[in-house]
Design a protein around this ligand. Sequence first.
Ligand SMILES: *Cc1c(COP(=O)(O)O)cnc(C)c1O
Length: 817
Amino acid sequence: MPESSTRTAAAAPASTADAAIERHLLHTVAAAPGQATPTEIMHAVAQVAREHLSQRWVAGDSADRAAKARRVYYLSMEFLIGRTLSNALAALDLKGEMGKAAAAHASTLEDLAATEPDAALGNGGLGRLAACFLDSMATQELPSFGYGIRYEFGMFKQAIQDGRQVEGPDAWLEDGTPWEFPRFNVHYPVRFGGWVEPATDPSRVPTWRHAGEVNAKAYDMVIPGHGTQRVSTLRLWKAVAPAQIDLHAFNTGDYSRAAEFKNQYENISWVLYPNDSTPAGRELRLRQEYFFTSASIQDILARHLAEHGNLANLADKVAIHLNDTHPAIGVAELMRLLVDEHGFGWMSAWAVTKKVFSYTNHTLMPEALETWPVSLMQHVLPRHLEIIFRINAEFLAEAAAHRPGDNDFLRRLSLIDETGERRVRMAHLSIVGSHKVNGVSALHSDLLVQTIFADFASLWPDRFTNMTNGVTPRRWLAQANPSLSSLIDSTIGSGWRLDLTQLSRLKPHAEREDFRNAFLAVKHANKARLAAHIEATTGVKVDPASLFDVQVKRIHEYKRQLLNVLQVVARYQAMLAAPQADWVPRTVIFAGKAASSYVAAKNVIRLIHDIGQVINNDARLGGKLKLVFIPNYGVSVAEVIMPGADLSEQISTAGTEASGTGNMKLALNGALTIGTDDGANIEIREQVGDDNIFIFGLKTPEVAAAKQAGYQPLRIYESHVQIKAVLDAIAGGQFSPDEPGRYRPLVDSLLWGGDHYMLLADFDSYLETQSKVDALYRDRQAWAKKAIANVAGMGFFSSDRTIGEYARQVWGIAPKH
Ligand SMILES: *Cc1c(COP(=O)(O)O)cnc(C)c1O
């Protein structure tokens, strides 16, 4: 393009999408429009969206300041966002225009969007929930901030080599991201270590003589709201060494020592811990938690002071939510800031703190509840430990008044676990420091007050409540499943994006054969897209006409991928025994990451591959059974899988899955659930109806009773021909002929290790229910009817509903809807 016309394009107002993209190619990306790569065009399109979002952001921020708004601050160690471009364009109503502009560059919006790396700043459900919540907070126009860590490396990349998981770094920031806004003037010191100098007299406060300090710098991501001009902010903190720390080393020319110093500080925001629900037990993890929590609370106080001049009305204007216990140290940090730095008396600071905080619990499993050794906390956060001890002393005095003389009660309640090495119980700190505590499904919230938090509930029954999880319909239906979205739009209108309960209007259409056929056609197209992804990533060809049976989630023993595997082997054996029978063709699809140190979970991944090798190459099956493992499960992969699923496997041992959200995404996309009476499966059943879901297995009280009665998996094995055949085949090396003993330990853990998650107890019921699934799938019209009933019944599971409940019942802020 000649220079003169370049100038013209640049000077012209961005009247068309084309001109705006071209302008950004030339001025922001510095690429010739005719030669730009898809990545460069993606960046230019993102810049166009960014401009619009910036304006909305500034306007919303000014409005909130002027209104001196009450705000909610959502503190989360994880935000599993995925890609942003498509979602941003949809929120800005720019998809049509940008699609045409992309075509002018011989590309599609989907292809451009696919060049954006996922922002994978989370492990799984907990982090994805936080991302759905941000979307809903913006859409519900809540004055809100998410706060987290700007990890240089997010969730590891999963590759499969010889059937085994191999972890690789996720350098998502390598080429920069168009979505972040560095806030150069927003930074706070975060201090660690040292000792505490006691107060010289009771009117003074102790002095924390810290040993080290790191600078937390703010990087903002803008979160677009849908159907509104409002946006929300995700503020992520990056750790930067204080300038003076390495100056001496630099001045003396010792650059490598200087770099080493720098790294010691900056490693705080380097990597996301690839650990799902068990504490890493590492000092760096504790430092991460305190780092982002302290920076966030300092930022909250600074904003409040700028707006109100003093902190007297803090509790009227600020709600801080703890997403799990990772930011629980915030309770002690707010106390420290108020008492040590802002002149509050202890009692008034405590009254404010309890009003400000609320806390969501995400697990009932005792081994997954976060605790920190007192000695480590003394070393890293000595002043906070003092504060925690005082909170504990006053709390235990209050509790003692409720049950005089009951020392066991106090021992159970204490913020300090005194059995063995003394440890700080972060869940207890969160409960004592919050005015509301919630579980994430009806069952989970009930179990919380009946089991792990029963003592607290006896003290403060009103503090405990339920907020059933949800997912954003914008990403998980509108964006992920455009074909189903158009079918829904043309049937009931497009209002469901902002009011998912409107999906119930689909119900009567399930009776129409033409609608069912249209629905089946959409599903088939989505399955073809998924089949192409499977072939591209695994090399295995699968038939879109077969039943797509999907279990996608973190690989964890409690989620029982192994139970599904046993079922596949049983099916394989049955098919070989009767090859001429009329088997329903099935493609069993797994995806998910195992924590890098989780040996049992990694073995399951390998077992899936080993069995897949045998099954997928066994000509006797006539291609009627396939087993595949899709690598590198994450948000973008999930967006391809969910729309193409027929059957959703939600088979955790009853009482172990707090809620699940994958179950919601799959049902929303028209998959039928086969699941246990666990987490949100129970509420999905209530919403879609008993006839439209396959529930099997022991219920929570039955699991407890079976354990009480002395569960004996070996007995089941010995008396059950099918289970014995399956386990013998795996343990005997049928699927690992090169190393026949490979899976002996895994099978032994079931037979001799107690089968902790009761796979064998549920096996029969599971198999029987799977036959019902097959039977239904033979009748495509009957299947379609139930699948449509699932979509129609999912209105309750929008994260907009969840956020509305939090806003009203926990945060004291009015949502839009
Ligand atoms: C929804 C989601 C999860 C949570 O899945 P569950 O089945 O609820 O455990 C995990 N990872 C990703 C990428 C998701 O999108």
